[in-house]
Design a protein around this ligand. Sequence first.
Ligand SMILES: [Zn+2]
Length: 298
Amino acid sequence: MKNRRVLLLLFTIATVLGTIIVCPIQLTYFSALETASRPHKLLYTLVHISDVQDLSQYYPETLNYTFQWIESKKDELKIVAVIITGDLVNTYNDVSQWENYLKAKKLTTVPIYEVAGNHDNDYGRDFTYYNKFIGVNETFYVVPVTRHFMLIGISWNGTSNLITESTLKWIEEIIEKFRNRYFIVATHYFINRDGSPSPLGKLIYRLHLKYPRNVVIVLCGHIHTRLSLSLGSLHVFVTNVQERNQSFVRLLKVYSDLTLVVELWRLVPKPEKLIEKQAITLSSLPCQAQKYNYKYLF
Ligand SMILES: [Zn+2]
């Protein structure tokens, strides 16, 4: 009862200030007055890259340039993490491709978070080289990347590319502990080219429906396209346009009003070019899961 009164009071104050509080627990609260009176500040930027296998095999100089570009923009954009959603190499057991990849990623000092794609571990059958070159503990992980965001990394796992009930439960337990954080899911294969979900995509979407305010972003690749899709309050980004000698990065710029400005940049062929840009307001997330009216019904 006391809690209800406190919430009512908070809601009244917020309404007076002209701000709509959609959920009782907001990650960050800024009043309309406050946000209108000052420009929004860039807090930090997350970078998404995917499917760089052709660069590792055929165009290592382009891959080098990609990480050099990230390093050169690190301070200006306040880049705090690079998230790479698999297919780091074309051939999972080709040491020279792994070495090209490793050499390139060392050109930035920004922390890098990877997951394995089907090319990295022979469709989940052989993690030997991925473990050797990336790390044995990088198959499934949940780590904080900023004060607002946790990152759930899910590698291509086994030929069916699914996670077990116990792994799912482990992820849910972590989300339960950090209900005041947003979660980004980084995985290789979430969606098909025709928009239908992968089997793992269905599981991740169910996770979103259970925690709609928390699980809000999916970063992925695998299908050869670029795609920005909002399934209700779940924002999905496919960033796989680096066919042959091309390089693309997606920037997720987080501003002080918790607006996310998402930009897709083509770095190679040069000169760099902004391909698409959109803004997402995370602070207006709904409290309840609203199943998106989507023809494939995740
Ligand atoms: Zn793939």
